[in-house]
Design a protein around this ligand. Structure first.
Ligand code: 15L
Length: 270
């Protein structure tokens, strides 16, 4: 007999992105229906899916996305550095619209894709836990700190639970030496989603989305209650990277700080 699904309807924003595609393909066991939200058409919809086209900057569209959902995997928004107007619309206004919609539509539990760039100007010589000070490395990182603060306020004021996951580097394999420390495998991302939407009491924790890599900069011991056990390690790719990729000079900003190249990018003025 199959286990009951923890959710009735899981909203996945950013459904056409890299992580959105993984979520669409591999989280069907978490919810009776997956509601896929994207800015563009998704093409054919599968039997267990609904599709909503909309922009996070449009409060009415976000309300339509959220209605009747009991879980939200919020992967949508601007995912790399951009000019302020673009960042504000997607990651600040968009986050506000999402939380206002959850406040008015049943307070569903949220997994918010924050980012390691909220803490990117910490040194690679430092190990951070959930209580680390934020050190955003870009407007993108600042927008992720804003999202974490918004989630915390809506938890304290309205009891809306959010897992603020500071995602490392979620790709099929690490692309550079830095990602040996920041890599998050698809399998470990899926198991993290399973725990977030299954644990009885979530609260509003800060969680580092990172696999069980040999060298990590992030410590999840303060969220042991979640019972998340990442199983994969980037070490399997170390030899390949050492043969194929030249690391940045050790005294470079890119090598010295956890945010890598994000720490070196200038503000983008439109
Ligand atoms: C992020 O948050 C980005 O969305 C992703 O594209 C990667 O750049 C990742 O950080 C990273 O730090 O590798």
């Amino acid at each position: 007999m199959s286990m009951p699904k923890p959710l009735t309807r899981l909203l996945i924003t950013g459904a056409t992105g890299n992580m959105g595609k993984v979520a669409r393909d591999r989280l069907g066991h978490l919810a009776t229906t997956l509601r896929l939200a994207s800015r563009s058409d998704l093409g054919e919809v599968r039997a267990n899916e609904e599709h909503v086209v909309g922009n996070l900057a449009d409060p009415a569209a976000v309300a339509e996305m959220v209605a009747d959902c009991d879980g939200i995997l919020h992967l949508g928004g601007q995912s790399v550095e951009a000019d302020w107007a673009t960042m504000r619309a997607a990651n600040l206004d968009g986050m506000y619209h999402l939380y206002e919609a959850t406040r008015k539509h049943g307070k569903p539990r949220i997994l918010y894709a924050s980012s390691n760039h909220a803490i990117g100007f910490h040194s690679v010589d430092t190990v951070l836990d959930a209580d680390a000070t934020t050190r955003p490395d870009s407007l993108y990182g600042v927008s992720k700190v804003f999202g974490e603060a918004l989630a915390r306020m809506y938890f304290d004021k309205y009891g809306i639970e959010t897992a603020c996951v500071r995602i490392g580097s979620c790709w099929p394999k690490p692309k550079d030496h830095r990602m040996l420390s920041t890599w998050l495998s698809a399998n470990d991302f899926v198991s993290l989603c399973e725990r977030v939407f299954s644990v009885a009491k979530l609260g509003c924790p800060i969680i580092y989305g990172v696999s069980a890599n040999k060298q990590v900069w992030w410590d999840n011991s303060k969220v042991d209650f979640l019972g998340w056990q990442p199983k994969d390690s980037s070490d399997q790719f170390r030899t390949m990277l050492e043969q194929e990729v030249t690391p940045p000079p050790p005294d470079s900003v890119e090598a010295k700080y956890q945010g890598g190249v994000f720490c070196t990018q200038d503000i983008i003025e439109k």
